[in-house]
Design a protein around this ligand. Structure first.
Ligand SMILES: Cc1cc2nc3c(=O)[nH]c(=O)nc-3n(C[C@H](O)[C@H](O)[C@H](O)COP(=O)(O)O)c2cc1C
Length: 213
């Protein structure tokens, strides 16, 4: 069984997130994303399914979101104002009871916005329990669309987005501001270029590629 973090250790880990952001900046990255989804540490704090603490970091919504917001503040403090901070959330644990819910995600998104998050990357699941997930094309898009509609926070949609027309429709319909791809990009690393071609968009290749396209 995992053991409960002391408040001192929570402060240390919060500082380590800021250190990681500093290193990412030094390495030349222009976007940093705080991972609060999929049952990783921040997500474990968010969800009542995994967070059984009885101190200031557990119980109420305010308490369960405290660690996430402290990490966001620490990262935002070291990350330049003109560069974006993303946050990845599991919109729902997909549990019938006792889990993190889409309603909480919307409430949380509004707080993230106040704390300087520029975009919410809306995934779902991964926090254990008897989750029943209706996996299918674009199955997480409605969660992203809801956050965008109800909070105005820019969102990215992810999960079984594989076709150029499907991706285009999600953005064109205003359901999300961006789409993110995982497995399809592992299968076809040239997917963005192929999609751009299929959608009739101009592509720009490094000059070394020019005679290949
Ligand atoms: C091999 C593999 C490893 C992954 N590892 C992570 C991870 O470390 N962190 C994360 O947020 N998501 C991870 N994911 C999930 C993807 O980021 C993405 O959200 C998910 O695969 C759904 O999108 P897709 O249908 O486009 O693949 C992983 C997915 C795959 C296939």
């Amino acid at each position: 069984m995992p053991t409960e973090l002391t408040e001192e250790r929570i402060r240390e880990i919060t500082g380590q997130f800021a250190d990681a952001a500093r290193r990412a900046l030094a390495a030349g990255f222009e976007v940093v994303e705080v991972h609060g989804a999929h049952g990783y540490l921040i997500g474990e704090f968010l969800s009542p399914h995994s967070n059984r603490r009885t101190d200031a970091y557990g119980g109420s919504f305010e308490n369960r979101t405290r660690f996430a917001l402290e990490v966001v503040d620490a990262v935002r403090a070291v990350w330049p104002e003109d560069l974006p901070v993303f946050f990845r959330v599991s919109a729902t644990d997909w549990l019938e009871e006792g889990g993190w819910t889409a309603d909480e995600t919307v409430r949380f998104a509004a707080l993230l916005r106040e704390h300087g998050v520029d975009l919410l990357d809306v995934s779902s699941g991964g926090n254990g329990g008897p989750a029943r997930i209706p996996v299918g094309p674009g199955y997480q898009v409605p969660f992203a669309a809801r956050v965008k509609a109800e909070t105005g926070l820019p969102v990215a949609a992810v999960g079984l987005i594989t076709e150029s027309a499907q991706a285009e429709k999600i953005v064109a319909n205003g359901e999300a501001d961006a789409v993110l791809l995982g497995r399809e990009l592992l299968r076809d690393a040239s997917w963005p270029r192929r999609a751009a071609r299929e959608l009739g968009a101009e592509t720009h290749a490094p000059s070394q590629y020019a005679w290949a396209i």
